[in-house]
Write a protein that binds this ligand. Structure first.
Ligand SMILES: Cc1cc2nc3c(=O)[nH]c(=O)nc-3n(C[C@H](O)[C@H](O)[C@H](O)COP(=O)(O)OP(=O)(O)OC[C@H]3O[C@@H](n4cnc5c(N)ncnc54)[C@H](O)[C@@H]3O)c2cc1C
Length: 396
């Protein structure tokens, strides 16, 4: 009989897992143990609504009265050291008994070695966003290193607040790792049309943080600004798993039921390098939708009602007046089919390998991305993908 479940990490996964456990009738004790001082909150607004001045109200995920009513115990500001059979060890020495443990420790920003200073910003937490947001104002010049989703959103937020934004990317296009150089170039054009200075193929060599400004130097340029935001990816927080002897490789290794290598210990969300049956290999993603769905899958698995977690991934990014969507997973492809107009920034790009749809990316095409999500792993004729008059829903 399961009498107590502990979740390590008080983020998106923890909130959804706790709600799922109660909804599924689990009436034992639930402890959520997090190292941040805040109640679980959503991170997507930290580069969007919250960063541009929105209030905190919509951020928090488990209201106090819900926790009280549902007997969910939040232990905040409490880093976990390790997980042992039947218990969780806190860094402060205390122990929490648990029959099942869910590790949901997320990740931390990848750092530029040796780069620190008042004007240097990373963005993962509410505190990070709070520190950055007063700096986004007319007259300010914000240097953003990294043109992934996070960096691109920060540049958009800077523009929204009337600041100058300079996007410095090492590859030859923003978002290139996800969508390749050609579609990435379409995004670069979009960003330029919104007033962002986009510099591509620029490897940062040094950052000098001085009293009157910051200077980023690459092989060919010297960029001056008021603040630098480094958005060069995330590293999974695997410390707890490693100290517990749980198998780790680019995240915590889990199967399609979120099970780690340690009995009764599960992992989900940004930290979980999970086997995905639809792709046939492991993958670790950093998407809100995955964190939520996988949290629910892990909660069910902990209760012995597990079902393989096999939905294709999906994420969104709000930038300017546009919403970008991506679904599926494609590390490589041999064909890209475009429906719509890249010149008008109104299109879907389908990524295929061996004629099979692996992923799709679109700007302001949420409906088609939702349909494409259900077509991932299937052969869909190119003319069907390309033709605006063919309803993708009809292919399902
Ligand atoms: C700025 C930002 C914007 C984003 N925007 C989007 C978006 O637009 N669309 C999208 O799809 N996704 C977005 N994401 C991704 C999404 O927010 C994440 O996928 C999601 O938060 C992952 O949830 P999680 O529970 O796995 O991790 P988290 O939400 O990161 O929670 C993990 C928690 O565990 C804590 N922790 C770590 N180690 C320990 C320890 N030893 N002991 C106790 N606690 C510990 C961490 O401090 C953290 O509080 C964004 C992420 C960020 C950072």
């Amino acid at each position: 009989m399961i009498t107590a479940i502990a979740v390590v990490g008080a983020g998106q996964v923890a909130a959804v897992a706790a709600r799922t456990l109660r909804r599924r009738g689990f009436d034992g004790r639930i402890d959520i143990i997090g190292d941040e001082p805040h109640r679980p909150y959503q991170r997507p607004p930290l580069t969007k609504e919250y960063l541009t001045g929105g209030d905190e109200d919509g951020l928090f995920l488990l209201p106090e009265h819900w926790c009280e009513r549902n007997d969910v115990h939040l232990r905040l500001g409490s880093p976990v050291a390790a997980v042992r059979p039947g218990r969780v060890e806190l860094a402060g020495g205390e122990e929490v008994a648990a029959d099942r443990v869910l590790i949901a420790t997320g990740g931390a920003p990848r750092r530029l070695p040796g780069v620190t200073g008042e004007r240097i910003h990373y963005l993962r937490t509410l505190d990070d966003s709070e520190r950055l947001r007063p700096l986004l104002r007319p007259g300010a010049r914000i240097l953003v290193i990294g043109g992934g989703f996070l960096g691109s959103e920060v540049a958009a937020a800077a523009r929204a607040k009337g600041a100058e934004a300079v996007l410095i990317e090492a590859l030859n296009a923003p978002l290139a790792r996800v969508v390749g150089a050609d579609i990435g170039a379409v995004c670069a054009e979009l960003y330029r049309s919104e007033g962002v200075e986009v510099h591509l193929g620029e490897q940062v060599e040094s950052i000098d943080d001085a009293a009157d400004g910051v200077v980023v130097t690459t092989a060919t340029h010297r960029f001056e600004g008021d603040a630098v935001v480094v958005g060069i990816g995330m590293v999974a927080n695997t410390g707890v798993a490693e100290r517990s002897g749980i198998a780790v490789d680019n995240g915590i290794l889990v199967d399609e039921y979120c099970r780690t290598s340690m009995p009764d210990v599960f992992a989900a969300g940004d930290v979980a390098n999970h086997f995905h049956p639809a792709y046939g290999h492991r993958v670790r993603v950093e998407h809100f939708d995955n964190a939520s769905k996988q949290a629910a899958a892990a909660a069910n698995a902990m209760l012995g009602r597990g079902r393989a977690y096999d939905e294709p991934h999906w994420c969104w990014s709000d930038q300017y007046d546009h919403t970008l969507h991506y679904t599926g997973h494609a590390a490589s492809w041999d064909e890209v089919v475009v429906r719509g107009s890249t010149a008008d920034h109104d299109f879907v790009a389908f990524f295929l390998r061996d004629g099979v749809l692996r992923a799709a990316f679109g700007i302001d095409r949420g409906g088609e991305i939702t349909a494409a999500r259900q077509l991932i792993g299937r052969r869909v004729p190119v003319h069907v993908l390309k033709d605006e008059d063919v309803d993708l829903e009809e292919q399902l």
